[in-house]
Design a binder for this molecule. Structure first.
Ligand SMILES: [Cu+2]
Length: 136
């Protein structure tokens, strides 16, 4: 009897993260992001595949920041370097105190994409986030 409960408990614990993640958010074609020294707010976005995405981006930091989307299946390693340049899907730089509105076409591939700030030291300071491409 005890063993059965243990198995059930382990099963429940194993399934918990899945149910927590299945809370459905709708992919949006307009996303707003605020950059500070050195983070993104918010740091996760859900967008639909193959659509024009409008990005309203504000830099409230004291230094320039970037919003660099990495290609599917690639991530920045220890720090952002020259070897990461070829893995860039799309990028924009924003000067301190500026707000800009830009558009890009979201990838067709469903999945998670890492976005980072490519300015030296910013990635290691915590400037990274996740862009999730999902069917609406
Ligand atoms: Cu930065």
């Amino acid at each position: 009897m005890n063993k059965v409960w243990l198995v059930l408990l382990m099963l429940a614990l194993a399934l918990f993260p899945l149910t927590a993640c299945s809370r459905r958010q709708t992919p949006a074609t307009v996303i707003d992001v605020v950059m500070t020294d050195y983070k993104y707010e918010p740091k996760t976005f859900i967008i639909p595949p193959g659509k024009e995405i409008t990005l309203n981006i504000t830099n409230k930091g004291a230094v320039e920041h970037e919003f660099v989307i990495m290609k599917y299946g690639t991530t920045v390693g220890e720090s952002f370097g020259d070897e990461d340049e070829e893995n860039i899907y799309w990028e924009i730089e924003v000067k301190p105190g500026e707000t800009t509105t830009v558009t890009f076409t979201s990838p067709e591939q469903i999945g998670q994409y890492q976005f980072v700030c490519g300015i030296e030291g910013h990635f290691t300071a915590g400037m990274l986030g996740t862009l999730q491409v999902a069917q609406p």
